[in-house]
Design a protein around this ligand. Structure first.
Ligand SMILES: [Zn+2]
Length: 165
């Protein structure tokens, strides 16, 4: 026999859209979806900060324009929906909003830059990983661990840039 909560989960998925406003759910901490969003945000800081020069400037991976890390975005070669490549360093680089949003990733140039930076065939390799490597969605523990790992790395980079002491 299924409980009502289990049935709602079946209908709404693990993050339980229908359960978000339920007080019992709120008490148990952030939902998986909220943790996922936090990880995306922290990873985006990391991607931009780790590639920033000492003045906090980053170069758009595709058009090579310099801009402050705070104005850059985390640009993916393979879209974030593919879990196997979602957080690979090779798949994520700072991009300007024009390349990332207006040009939807500027992907032809992205592929060329990947091969220049990491060796011929890198773009194909990433595409193959995304195609063949079917990941299970991360568990709560995976997400919490990854968030804390990238938060620590972000702290190191922020110290390097003098953003925090
Ligand atoms: Zn650009």
């Amino acid at each position: 026999m299924k409980t009502i909560q289990q049935m709602l989960k079946d209908i709404h998925g693990e993050s339980g859209d229908g359960l978000v406003s339920c007080p019992a759910q709120a008490k148990s901490g952030p939902t998986l979806r909220e943790l996922g969003r936090t990880l995306v945000k922290v990873h985006s800081w990391y991607t931009r900060l780790v590639r920033a020069d000492d003045n906090g400037m980053v170069k758009c991976f595709t058009c090579q324009t310099w801009l402050p890390w705070t104005q850059a975005q985390e640009g993916h070669f393979i879209p974030r929906s593919k879990l196997g490549t979602k957080f690979l360093d090779m798949n994520t680089h700072p991009q300007c909003p024009v390349c990332n949003v207006v040009k939807r990733g500027n992907l032809l140039v992205y592929a060329i830059r990947l091969d220049e930076r990491y060796g011929n065939g890198t773009a194909f390799k990433l595409a193959a990983i995304a195609r063949d490597h079917r990941c299970e969605p991360p568990s709560r523990a995976d997400l919490v661990e990854a968030i804390s790992k990238y938060k620590a790395l972000v702290k190191i980079e922020k110290k390097r840039l003098g953003i925090i002491k």
